[in-house]
Structures are given as C-alpha cells and as structure tokens.
Design a protein around this ligand. Sequence first.
Ligand code: HEM
Ligand SMILES: *[C@@H]1O[C@H](CO)[C@@H](O)[C@H](O)[C@H]1NC(C)=O
Ligand SMILES: *[C@@H]1O[C@H](CO)[C@@H](O)[C@H](O)[C@H]1NC(C)=O
Ligand SMILES: *[C@@H]1O[C@H](CO)[C@@H](O)[C@H](O)[C@H]1NC(C)=O
Ligand SMILES: *[C@@H]1O[C@H](CO)[C@@H](O)[C@H](O)[C@H]1NC(C)=O
Ligand SMILES: *[C@@H]1O[C@H](CO)[C@@H](O)[C@H](O)[C@H]1NC(C)=O
Length: 320
Amino acid sequence: MAFKMMYILLVVLVVEINSKAGAILDAHYYDKTCPQAEDIINQAVRNATIYDPKVPARILRMFFHDCFIRGCDASVLLDSTPENKAEKDGPPNVSLAAFYVIDDAKTKLEQSCPKTVSCADTLAIAARDVVVLSGGPHWTVLKGRKDGRTSIANETLNLPAPSSNTSQLIQSFSQRSLSTKDLVALSGGHTLGFSHCSSFEARLRNFSATHDADPSFDPQFAADLKKKCPKPNSDRNAGEFLDSTSSVFDNDYYRRILVGKGVFVSDQSLFADYRTRWIVEAFARDQGLFFKEFADSMVRLGNVGVKESGEVRVNCRVVN
Ligand code: HEM
Ligand SMILES: *[C@@H]1O[C@H](CO)[C@@H](O)[C@H](O)[C@H]1NC(C)=O
Ligand SMILES: *[C@@H]1O[C@H](CO)[C@@H](O)[C@H](O)[C@H]1NC(C)=O
Ligand SMILES: *[C@@H]1O[C@H](CO)[C@@H](O)[C@H](O)[C@H]1NC(C)=O
Ligand SMILES: *[C@@H]1O[C@H](CO)[C@@H](O)[C@H](O)[C@H]1NC(C)=O
Ligand SMILES: *[C@@H]1O[C@H](CO)[C@@H](O)[C@H](O)[C@H]1NC(C)=O
C-alpha cells in the first residue's frame, strides 16, 4: 500500500513536469483528412499477425528503435541507398523485421488518402495495435508526426545495449525526456518476443573473475540457456523467449525478474537497483497498474523527438 502511494505520487510529479511535452500531436489529427486511417492500419496488422505470430513483437521493437534514434520520425523504415547505409543495416539489427507490414498498411493508406498519413504515425498506431492484439492495454495514439529524411547506420549504436546497467539505462532514457518509471514500464515490452544468443551469451560463460555465469541469474535458468546457446553455436537463430508467455502481453516479465529470469543484464539490473526495484515489484504484483503505466509511457515514447516539419513519405522506404 505504501509502495503504491509513493508510486502514484511519483507518477503525478512526472506528469506535472512533462505536461507540456508533445503539444504538437493531436488525437484527432486525421479526423477530417483520413478518418479511416486507423482502421486501415489495424487491418494490415491483424492480417499479418494471422500469418506470422512474430509480427507483434517485431513491430513493438521497431517503434522503440525508431523513437530512440532521431525521434519518432520513421528513420528506421528508410532503406539504404548506394550513398548511405541506413539504420536498418546498422549493428544491432538482428531483430528488425516485418517492415512489410508497415508497407502494406501504407500502400492502402495511399490508395484511400494520398500523401496524408505519415510513416511515423503509421508505425505509432501499429505499435498500439500489436499490444492490444496480444492482450495488452489500449491507448489513444496522438498523431501529426512528420517523416524524417535521414537514417544513419551507426547511430543505432546509441540504442541502449542489453549489457547496460540501470544507471546507463536511466541516462539513456532521460536524454530522451523519459523518466525512470518510463524505463521500467517500457522495458515491459519484453513481455513479447525473442532474443538471439548473441544478446545475452556474455552472461553465460566467463562472466567475471569469480563467476562463470552472471550471479544474478537463477542457476537453473543459466544452465538451460547454456544448453540453448552452446559454444560454438552453429544455429544462427538460436536464442530464448523474453518471458514464458512470449506472445501474450502480460506482467510475467516482471515476475520472472523477481526470480532471476531476466534475459538481459538490462532487464535483471532493474531489480538490482533500488531506484527501479520497487517499480518492478509493483508491476509484478499488479498487472492492471502495469497496463496503465505502459500505456501512459508509450504515449510519452511517441512524443520523443517528434518533427513538426518534414514530409509525409509516399513510400516508407524512400524519401520523397
Ligand atoms: C531498456 C532498454 C532496452 C534494451 C537494452 C533492449 C534490448 C533488446 C534486445 C537486445 C533484444 C533482442 C535482440 C535479439 O534478437 O537478439 C530486444 C528485443 C525486443 N525488445 Fe527490447 N530493449 C530495450 C527496450 C525495449 C522497449 C522500450 C521496447 C518496447 C516498448 C522493447 C521491445 C522489444 C521487443 C518486443 C523485442 C522482441 C523482438 C522480437 O521478438 O522480434 N525493448 N530488446
Ligand atoms: C494478408 O497477409 C498475407 C501474408 O502477409 C498477404 O499475402 C496478403 O496479401 C494480406 N492480405 C490483405 C488483405 O492484406
Ligand atoms: C542487418 O544489417 C546487415 C548488414 O548491414 C544487412 O545485410 C541485413 O540485411 C540487415 N538486416 C535487416 C533485417 O535489415
Ligand atoms: C559514425 O561514423 C562516423 C564516421 O564514420 C563517425 O564520425 C561517428 O562518430 C560515428 N557515430 C557513432 C555513434 O558511432
Ligand atoms: C554501470 O556501468 C558503468 C559502465 O560500465 C559503470 O561505470 C557503473 O559503475 C555501473 N553502475 C552500477 C550501479 O553498477
Ligand atoms: C576467461 O577469461 C579469461 C580472462 O579474460 C581468459 O584468459 C580465458 O581464456 C577465458 N576462458 C574461456 C573459457 O573463455
């Protein structure tokens, strides 16, 4: 109870401080120019998910990636050109996929309302839809983002790394005006999806002078992961799901962190650090609270670095 009170106080404070952020976005942005925009995007996302259940995780990750590099401006969607290597060909791109879903939605948007709905808004709406489709919370997506014209491969190095500790994560999020609560709530995105061995295998062997495996791992879980990620590893697709219900949006991610089953250092460190531990505990205890805060933090993520001027790309892969 005391935790929850403290928590609510913190949230109120954060909301106060940030109440002016993102003023340019609008829930009704396309009401007159493309009232069917959200239906069209929802259709494309639903259809793709029927054929490939990995689509929700892909799209959610894509939105995070987009917003953290150059703001939510669809820079992650641009293809490389002969002169320029784009973000999607940058270093940590192993889990970037399902771009075709956004292409699909955008093709239909262009048929119904040409040159109106930005790629950045399309991705923001799709990210909400995949969470809802997976059983998570619904929120109103604010719209009016413009699309950027620049995408640079090595800027993806500015994404937080799975080896980051909580201090590094707090810094990375605060550089984007996101709070510690946002960090913990949005990390809950790892309730969906999968990771390749490469993102966590440094925790499995020769971790430190005194420990072979990262001591914050549950020992049995570490042993299981070692089996899934043998060394040498001939299976490029080997890895582990990020929680035990990887296609259901729920609070299992937090419950696993409590017992040493966070897959990344970045996940598990949220429990080790006093600044985030109590929030992890609150979300593990109360799924409704997690849903409410995740929705709130996704709106805030969607405000990061939004461009007021720019273009509405016709094809999300190339600048106009
Ligand atoms: C806090 C910092 C974060 C770090 C260090 C991080 C790191 C990673 C890494 C390393 C992977 C796996 C890549 C691989 O396949 O090997 C991954 C997957 C994923 N991340 Fe994060 N992430 C973070 C935050 C987020 C946020 C904020 C979201 C969305 C709200 C998110 C959503 C996802 C999803 C859904 C996947 C699974 C993708 C799939 O299965 O295709 N992550 N993340
Ligand atoms: C549905 O998705 C499948 C597989 O991606 C695709 O081939 C088909 O064209 C899509 N249909 C519609 C109506 O979007
Ligand atoms: C990841 O980057 C590599 C090298 O730049 C590229 O060949 C590959 O197609 C990229 N993967 C995706 C999914 O874009
Ligand atoms: C990206 O590469 C350029 C030149 O190749 C370099 O100047 C810049 O510092 C690099 N940026 C990052 C984030 O590594
Ligand atoms: C987090 O990592 C940085 C860089 O490796 C390190 O300097 C710092 O001491 C670490 N902080 C904590 C709390 O472990
Ligand atoms: C473990 O790390 C030490 C020191 O970095 C190195 O000398 C040793 O070869 C490593 N062992 C294995 C099995 O990789």
